[in-house]
Design a protein around this ligand. Structure first.
Ligand code: ATP
Ligand code: MG
Length: 568
């Protein structure tokens, strides 16, 4: 049975699906369901965003609704078209589509500005000449009322004049702000005359120098949802306390006789062990060259996971497993690894690759002879296709598949011992050659039993160990990159921990440059996926070429990180 099944039927509905279905049953919003995914284009998307994307796009799709992509681009100093482009690519790759509904908060700058003017005219907003620090000091605490600004009762005409002059570039950044005039004694801190517009003298990636005042996220977000007719505005739990403010703004805007308003529902943010999800800190990793860019396969970004060999199906199935709740927690990263392993097991072609080669010579095999052995592409598939793998007198096996002085129960190769070579023959070890100086084993000698060819009657003879191998003459060189967790501590983002840089894992990337792979895999194209028999799941790196093959390990075959030594 496939685990990669996107149908919601087989599990019970989550609390958000329940709300949506009830709203639909009650005929709310004219039976429409319309969601949006609202990223700020100030970084690349990560696995946490995938959780939001699967919900926003998924729930709309399940109920015949629509989902908009809306870039929340209200802060020109941090935003960039590079991020816009990457976000669109990642959403499509995950398997979702906004069709013709691509929007930007900046599409609404004029409408938002007009709304601010309306609030000023109605005496519900004023220009404050104090600095952000002073304003913040007057906010009070949840148990203590705030202090009213000395500018709170400025006449409307003066407010209008100042706001227009703020926008024409007359005043310095930080010299004045526009605040909503709500209630400095409210028990909800967000109601204590929130700042709704600030001055920024920095060109915007879409509107250039048109604007000198920019709406705050809290002011823009709810209105954008309202302008777009969003019915269910799904977001993470930290926005719960902002919801009454968003509702207040919409109340000032909407027709009193129309009962439509976006309904905000909050769900828990995804946190993963050994992973950091803050965009600001991920940017730091990139800028300080602690990783090799946003798509470094150790990054929790969508592009990093893609380069690492994750499939969209495995990410969606992971999100489905963790679900949506009202409680923040931290998910074990091994669940994500399990999800991709499960999918790759179904789809990956098995090949032989020797990542730490040592030469094995079959002394009784005719020199110059080559036999084409048959290898099953994927035993998980019924009637799987097969491919050929050339066998010859000299082969490579893994260095750690041989031991001179093996412990008890060692079923791999040792002197006088027999093993099966996968898809080929049973061989018995007759000797080794060592380096005189270093004492390192340089060659292993074996004899094969011609009666035991794979698929023949004699092959039924039982031996305990089976090794993978490649032919020396026919295999091709490759570079293999083994990734481990980027951080050594469970919660690297925890502020109480010391600087997150100190918990970086120094062994998170190991490059093996002397690997050999069977010729069948030599024509692999970037992003192709394989199982290297007995080692793990790998994909071809985007920088791989025919002359320099590069494979990334997505995950080892079994759970247990860095245990490449324990393959058998
Ligand atoms: P910022 O700190 O820059 O606001 P952000 O991670 O909230 O970062 P946004 O671009 O605002 O980034 O996020 C877009 C959407 O993705 C929001 O609706 C947000 O709630 C959701 N989201 C972000 N991080 C997670 C996460 N870890 N788990 C689930 N949803 C998330
Ligand atoms: Mg955000």
């Amino acid at each position: 049975m496939s685990i990669i099944d996107d149908s919601a039927e087989k599990r019970s509905l989550n609390f958000i699906e329940n709300i949506v279905e009830t709203d639909l049953k009650e005929g709310k919003n004219g039976n429409r369901i319309h969601t949006r995914f609202p990223p700020e284009p100030n970084g690349y998307l990560h696995i946490g965003h995938a959780k939001a994307i699967c919900l926003d796009f998924g729930i709309a799709k399940q109920h015949g609704g629509k989902c908009n992509l809306r870039f929340d681009d209200t802060n020109p100093t941090k935003e960039d078209t590079e991020y816009v482009d990457s976000i669109m690519e990642d959403i499509h790759w995950l398997g979702f589509d906004w069709e013709d509904r691509l929007f930007y908060a900046s599409d609404y700058f004029q409408k938002l500005y007009d709304f601010a003017i309306q609030l000023i005219k109605e005496g519900k907003a004023y220009i404050d000449d104090q600095s952000a620090e002073e304003i913040s000091k007057q906010k009070g605490t949840p148990t203590q009322a705030g202090i009213e600004s000395p500018y709170r009762n400025r006449p409307v005409d003066e407010n209008l004049d100042l706001f227009q002059r703020m926008n024409s570039g007359e005043f310095a950044e930080g010299s004045r702000v526009l605040r909503a005039k709500i209630d400095m004694t409210s028990s909800n801190m967000h109601f204590r005359d929130p700042i709704i517009y600030r001055i920024i003298h920095f060109p915007h990636h879409r509107t250039g120098n048109t604007w000198k005042v920019y709406p705050m996220y809290d002011f823009a977000h709810g209105e954008c949802d309202f302008f777009e007719g969003i019915t269910h505005s799904l977001c993470t739990l930290e926005f719960e306390v902002h919801r009454p403010l968003y509702d207040w703004f919409v109340d000032q805007l909407k027709d009193k006789n129309d009962d439509y308003r976006p309904r905000q529902i909050e769900f828990n943010r995804l946190n993963l062990t050994y992973t950091m999800m803050s965009k600001r800190k991920l940017l730091q990793l990139v800028q300080e060259n602690l990783v090799n860019g946003w798509d470094d396969p150790r990054m929790p970004t969508i592009c990093g996971l893609r380069r690492r060999g994750y499939t969209p199906e495995s990410i969606r199935s992971f999100v489905d497993k963790i679900g949506y709740t009202k409680f923040d927690g931290i998910i074990d990263v091994s669940l994500l690894e399990y999800s991709v392993r499960e999918h790759l097991n179904q789809i990956s072609t098995r090949v032989s690759a020797v990542i730490d080669p040592i030469k094995l010579i079959i002394t009784n095999y005719p020199e110059g002879q080559v036999e084409m052995m048959e290898a099953v592409d994927n035993p998980e598939i019924e009637n799987s296709p097969v491919h050929e793998i050339p066998f010859s007198r000299e082969i490579f096996i893994e260095r750690d598949d041989f031991m001179e002085n093996p412990p008890k129960k060692y079923f791999r190769l040792s002197l006088g011992n027999e093993v099966r070579l996968k898809n080929a023959y049973i061989v018995k070890c007759t000797g080794i050659k060592k380096n005189d100086v270093t004492d390192e084993i340089e060659e292993i000698y074996c004899e094969y039993d011609p009666e035991t060819k794979s698929g023949m009657i004699g092959s039924e003879r039982k031996v305990k160990g089976t090794l993978h191998w490649v032919s020396v003459e026919h295999s091709v060189p490759a570079e293999v990159r083994l990734y481990d967790r980027l951080f050594m501590v469970e919660n690297p983002a925890d502020e109480s921990e010391s600087d997150f840089r100190e918990s970086l894992n120094p062994d998170s990337l190991k490059i093996l440059s002397n690997c050999r792979i069977e010729p069948f895999a030599a024509n692999a194209q970037p992003l192709d996926r394989f199982q290297f028999q007995r080692i793990g799941y790998f994909n071809v790196d985007k920088d791989s070429t025919a002359d320099h093959l590069i494979f990334n390990r997505t995950v080892p075959l079994k759970d247990g990180w860095g245990k490449i030594k324990d393959k058998a």
